[in-house]
Design a protein around this ligand. Sequence first.
Ligand code: B3K
Ligand code: ZN
Length: 896
Amino acid sequence: PVAIRREDYTAPAYWIDSVELTFDLDPAKTRVLNRMTLRRNADVPAQPLRLHGEDLNLARVLVNGQGTSFKMDGGQLVLENLPEGTDAFALEIFTTCAPAKNTKLMGLYVSNDSFFTQCEAEGFRRITYFLDRPDVMASYSVTLRADKTQYPVLLSNGNLVDSGDLEDGRHFAKWVDPHKKPCYLFALVAGKLVAREQKIRTRAGTDHLLQVYVRPGDLGKTEHAMNSLMASIAWDEARFGLPLDLERFMIVATSDFNMGAMENKGLNIFNTKYVLASEATATDTDFANIESVVGHEYFHNWTGNRVTCRDWFQLSLKEGLTVFRDQEFSMDLAGSPSARAVKRIEDVRVLRTAQFPEDAGPMAHPVRPDSYVEINNFYTVTIYEKGSEVVRMQHNLVGRDGFAKGMKLYFERHDGQAVTCDDFVQAIADANPTSPLAQHLPQFKRWYSQAGTPRVHATGVYDAATRSYALTLSQSCPATPGQPTKEPFVIPVELGLLSASGTPLPLQQAGEAASGATSQVLVLTEASQTFTFTNLDAAPVPSLLRNFSAPVVLDIDYTDAELLTLLAHDTDAFNRWEAGQRLALRIAINSIAASAFPESATATSEPKILGTAFVEAMRAVLRNPALDAAFKELVLTLPSETYIAEQLDVVDPQRIHAVREAMRTELALALRADWEWAWEQHQNTGGYRPDSVSAGRRALSGMALNMLCIAAKTTGDAVWPGKAYQRFKDAGNMTDRFNALTALVASGHDLAAPALARFHTLFKDEPLVIDKWFALQAGAPDRGGNILPIVRQLMQHPDFSLKNPNRARSVIFSYCNANPGAFHRQDAGGYVFWSERVIELDAINPQVAARLARALDRWKKLADPWRTAAREAIARVAAREGLSNDVREVVNRALS
Ligand code: B3K
Ligand code: ZN
């Protein structure tokens, strides 16, 4: 496979002004008539027209109505004898394709007897020959023809302008999209679907029709998605002045989808997982995810669709920015400062457990990559989540109002265009000429070009004689593939200083007047810089990187006492949580390094690993009446095995697992009375509402129940597992029910088996719930190697299918990606399983296979025997002939 390089970008040789598509939909053989108007691009030398195509049968090509000669070259359709000059000409192409055979779920495919499309990034070429690149923007008009009984609903982008009956029981619908768009935003849907409808009038006074299309039985689960859509529309108008620019906005759900959702203009297509919710079938997390994904896709309507990407190297232009927007949307809806902090902590947790490892591994790439083999492999946490952090830093460097001004300028300059990441930062900086962003613009842009997670090392020295505190911040960034050395970044470090007893201290930098502020942003631009604060009576405790002001690793030698002070008193909720995580991490790492294996705790033993100070601090948080339940749940959750592994140079996954489990058991036992209290105090009262406050209460009571069942394993107590079973049976909502089931499964109690059986019977007709049932079992804590055989058995279950991405993910990914203690087996059985599944899936769906292939990205960090076994497993996959480009790129990079 050949790499595509960003520096090779050239403008297209032709423009496509308009496209008229006619589909005769048939699962076995769909006929596609594509009539385009093209123009040669006068800015580039005259050359043949090369159109992309994949898995198409070509029947006819006409230029200005006449037959013409053409040739095929590597799948591309090449036309050499086109009219001279730069006048528009008509090109008509007739092809057929086979949607029912399309298991890649890219292009036009069939799911549950309905037709769907997925065109981003390069799926449109599987529908017709085209200039399949985002900088070619055209006007679309689309006619769909199909059997009326089987496909009563026919949808495409834009407005319905005509519809009616045809002969032979067929009917048609014609759609015209009023906006020009790149072909990756094209969509069509046809099938037996029903819609929840909502008419709205926006602030601007325009009327719109909103529709959420689902299969007939699912209509009752669409209210939350519709509410989320209405909230998204209102939010974008209020916060950024960006209105809905369509008369009709449609969301359609399908259960066969490669990712979460797709922002096709006016016709978003969603994985059912991010649309369907009822209190009986969806958890609080599902409700929150639906809100954020509906928001994300809607916000793309401006950031991505109105202004799109020049080329796929600029993917983060739309994705990083749109993630930033959906994160802000969720925070604004959550409301209170504490609920905002909870959302921020959750987002940072994802960044640190998924993106930091990516940035340190073989697939590391800049937010704006320099090359790729398969673009589908670059829809990564770096492009999305780190990209969002890079936008967030800009937001913080210019301020909230400054950022809104910058966005306004961005749309004034680029509406209707396909642009680059540079264009975006330039607009934000130009709208804020005196900001630190504008001052350091070229250097700031290194966040787009340099891969790797920067490390900031902080040391503070207090001088009693001058009553001053000198804080030295130094930065470095590890080498990444293709980038041996790095230049310094612009790193905004938000800081506060606390007294030893936890009081916030006024900040006064040497040579500056006192402002009275207790928090400020230091902008680190050099490799090392010292900031001196004066007027301090004693050595302060620094609270650095507040609210996680930059996507970096902060190295700082806190004493336990300092961390306990921050945990108890910091005014920055993020750093309070962070202090608790640092304490827990320190304990875990020391215990992993100690030669002895952790002793198993008993009902009355001291918390040997955790120590009394940590346990008391956790108890204080749990009992603190001033803190929200959601925040407590985050503080009391120990750092994940993946996050712990990232802190170590050499990883013994079994030891990490054993230590973390032992820590959890100690915490469960030592706080037994407090968990009981937490359970009693946080019961649902009144009906179910998915808001952040009640969700937080359910999260904490669910955690308490889980901890009480873990404790019961040691004490032999039967009361709490019994209560968990009772709750599992009686719960009025899926969150409480699933938490109770999880408590039984996670503690390995005998009641887990009957509960799982009962759960399956109850929800056998709810695919999304059955996904949870599979995922829970494949992700359960390993006991003596029991999980791999369970996973193999689950794959034999009549409900299992490798072809449905959600189902494949629920079993295989839950095991390989989310259950390190069970996956990293001494006997390499987990890796053998992984390599078999990667190969098997690759023949069906390369995109999903390539995701799974990344489960062993970090193999070089593993201790033996895992390291050797992992390399062998990857090599086994790499040795296969006929691998997709997707999987080939991932395994080649892993081995390089
Ligand atoms: N833009 C799509 C992702 C497409 C992935 C293609 N492999 C969804 C999103 O980010 O909103
Ligand atoms: Zn997106």
